[in-house]
Design a protein around this ligand. Structure first.
Ligand SMILES: Nc1nc2c(c(=O)[nH]1)N[C@H]1C(S)=C(S)[C@@H](COP(=O)(O)OP(=O)(O)OC[C@H]3O[C@@H](n4cnc5c(N)ncnc54)[C@H](O)[C@@H]3O)O[C@H]1N2
Ligand code: MOO
Length: 651
């Protein structure tokens, strides 16, 4: 059946795009979140949970007066005046007070009783003396304790309730139970605790294109990243994730899944299908579920504009945008605070640092924009905030970033050098030992992996050769991996150096024509011959490269003024070229052998590309830079590079 293109083109609009504070205000006003009721759990199961009530000590700790040393329990008054010259002598009572032993004999005037650390003090005694400060004499039928100094009343006694007294408040509601709190509770005999019930959050991902991680990716499909990411964030914030998996773009299936989710959970989170494309029906389904329904649909926020906040059947229901970065940002901003409130947890502890922008940061006017950044040290001191984002569809920005900056709604961008506050993802995060900014290569992962096993953390910012070189010029990285071809000199990399920058030779990467194996138009031919034949065949589609890349220079040299089909498709990476050929949207392109192997493509060698490391001389003496050089020169890394088809310099 022909799809109803007109209906698809005529999608409904967002209700109204509101400011993010207004969005949160409406959401909270409707759902009025409060800590959930308490449940009783065994003490150890309480670890990590939030106390629902204040806890008062039911007994004294310690429960009785006890000795805190090994020695003798006695009456201080009997030792008054004791000295080297005039020692005092006390008769030892005929019992030994070990821990757990209850005294039978009262300490009468002129007597003492042997007592161990932790044993209950006998009646009559009011002090304990250290065993090493006494002597024993056998006299007639009695054993006598000799003291050469007086004891102070109360010495070496831990009195009942001195740790915590019965009725005293020990822990307050809202405290997260850790090992120290467990110790406290166990010490007063508590074996069960009342904790706030964890909010159960149902997590659904919607979209016909989604495939669960672990399954095979069919053409056009993509892995469900949001399901796992949202569930993990729920758990990190004191909730229980109830995974509902993937629901296709089918209104009835989605309605049924949402109904089950609302039944089972305290809060329901969906991702995908909130925007205006074909198949975006999450928001339409909410309307079927009852009032008040949608509270907010559309927030002046980037990423996250299509966020939808709703309340149905008395429960909060949120539809996150499908793009993972948008989904996680909006989840953190709008849903995490609600989960934490339900869980009885306070607001997340936030930390922020000041930094400056190394380059102009463009921004869309009209939406507050959150830009993820990686922090690097500047040569003049202080930090630079380097944007790591690759658009809302990318998740790598999260793992590479230290935090984010906010660009206000009414600006079109921030100039280079602007001071910004960076809100950190992890307040305790560790700064990397080595910052590498530039072109990415699988070989770089080999070196970074080698350093990681030696305790050195490398931050790789995949910015591309040109931006890496610019960062190196500003002194904002240790190394910039580049493969920049200079057409004027016909040389790689060295022509781009300026004073203050050096070059550490890296490796050579063989570039060549990539094609699907078995394609007789390429298989078994010489590269030059195969390209010439491809240019003569109008059925063959190529994939080009971006202007300025070394590979593009190579392609231009072969093509001259010819513009074959596919020439305008100019992706920025070796991988994108290989992926286009592998999935059949192009028949050939130029990439490197390592990548061709990775995609299972055929390869006809053309020329070598030099992948080297621009080094910032001011940082060249840093131990991590020295370790990097050593790693590059060492046999372990060289062998692994060679196995990837990369030829280390000097070999
Ligand atoms: N004409 C317009 N198009 C779009 C607009 C707009 O205002 N007008 N908004 C854009 C913005 S901003 C975003 S963000 C996205 C969000 O769209 P949806 O929330 O409807 O999400 P989908 O269309 O379902 O998916 C978008 C994208 O994300 C991928 N996706 C979805 N779910 C997952 C998942 N669980 N794990 C990983 N990736 C997922 C999906 O395959 C799409 O690639 O809309 C813009 N469009
Ligand atoms: O809001 Mo979308 O989340 O910009 O990408």
């Amino acid at each position: 059946m022909r799809p109803d293109l007109a209906a698809i083109a005529r999608q409904e609009q967002f209700l109204e795009v509101v400011d993010r504070n207004e969005a949160m205000r409406r959401f909270l006003a409707a759902i009025e979140p409060e800590p959930l009721p308490a449940e009783s759990v065994a003490l150890l199961d309480g670890l990590g949970r939030v106390l629902a009530d204040d806890i008062a000590a039911p007994v004294d700790a310690p429960p009785f007066d006890r000795s805190v040393v090994d020695g003798f329990a006695l009456r201080a008054v009997d030792t008054v005046g004791a000295s080297e010259a005039a020692p005092k002598r006390l008769i030892l009572n005929g019992e030994v007070l070990a821990c757990g032993v209850v005294a039978r004999i009262e300490v009468e005037p002129g007597t003492a009783t042997v007592i161990a650390t932790g044993a209950a003090l006998p009646r009559g005694a009011d002090a304990v003396v250290l065993v090493e400060e006494t002597e024993i004499e056998e006299m007639d039928a009695a054993t006598v304790l000799v003291l050469r100094r007086p004891a102070a009343p109360g010495q070496f006694i831990g009195s009942a309730g001195s740790d915590s007294a019965r009725g005293e408040s020990l822990l307050r509601a809202g405290t997260t139970i850790g090992a120290r709190e467990v110790a406290q509770l166990a010490a007063v005999g508590i074996d069960r605790v009342a904790v706030v019930r964890r909010p159960v959050v149902a997590v659904l991902s919607t979209g016909d294109e989604l495939v669960a991680p672990g399954a095979v990716l069919r053409p056009g499909a993509i892995y469900d990243a949001n399901g796992a990411a949202v569930a993990a964030t729920v758990i990190e914030n004191g909730g229980v994730a109830l995974p509902f998996g993937i629901v296709g773009d089918d209104a009835d299936a989605l309605t049924a899944a949402m109904e089950r989710a609302l039944e089972a959970a305290d809060l329901v989170v969906l991702s995908g299908g909130t925007s205006k494309g074909a198949g975006d029906l999450s928001t339409r389904v909410i309307a079927r579920l009852g009032s008040p329904g949608i509270l907010v649909h559309g927030v002046a926020l980037k990423p996250g504009k299509p966020l939808c906040l709703a309340k149905v059947r008395g429960k909060p229901l949120v539809v996150l945008p499908g793009f993972p970065t948008s989904a996680l940002f909006t989840f953190h901003s709008f849903v995490v605070p609600v989960i934490r409130t339900l869980a009885g947890l306070g607001a997340r502890r936030e930390a922020q640092v000041e930094a400056v922008l190394p380059a102009r940061l463009a921004s869309e006017r009209g939406r507050s924009e959150f830009v993820m950044v990686s922090l690097v040290e500047r040569p003049a001191g202080g930090l630079a905030a380097v944007p790591t984002a690759k658009g809302s569809g990318a998740v790598t920005a999260f793992t590479q970033a230290d935090g984010f900056v906010e660009v206000p709604a009414l600006t079109t961008g921030l100039e280079a050098g602007t001071p910004v506050s960076v809100r950190l993802f992890d307040a305790a995060g560790r700064a990397p030992d080595l910052v590498v900014a530039g072109s990415h290569c699988l070989g770089l992962d080999v070196v970074a992996g080698h350093l990681a096993r030696r305790g050195l953390a490398t931050r790789i910012l995949a910015l591309g050769s040109a931006a890496g070189l610019a960062a190196a010029r500003r002194g904002e990285c240790d190394l910039a991996p580049v493969h920049l071809f200079d057409a004027a000199t016909g040389r790689y990399n060295t022509p781009f150096l300026v004073p203050g920058l050096g070059l550490i030779p890296g490796w050579r990467r063989m570039q060549g024509v990539v094609f699907r194996p078995g394609d007789a138009r390429f298989e078994g031919r010489e590269a030059a011959e195969a390209i010439a034949a491809a240019l003569a065949d109008p059925a063959i589609v190529m994939v080009n490269r971006n202007p300025g890349s070394g590979t593009r220079a190579l392609i231009d040299a072969r093509l001259g003024a010819v513009r074959p089909k596919g020439w305008w498709n100019q992706p920025k990476s070796h991988n994108a070229v290989a992926a286009a050929v592998a999935r059949g949207s192009a028949d050939w392109g130029v990439s490197i052998r390592t990548v061709a192997d990775l995609y299972g493509l055929g390869f006809l060698p053309l020329a070598e590309e030099h992948y080297d490391f621009v080094s910032v001389e001011a940082r060249a003496s840093h131990p991590a830079v020295a370790a990097f050089r050593d790693a590059l020169a060492g046999p372990a890394v060289r062998t692994r590079l060679a196995a990837l088809g990369l030829e280390p310099a000097g070999s």
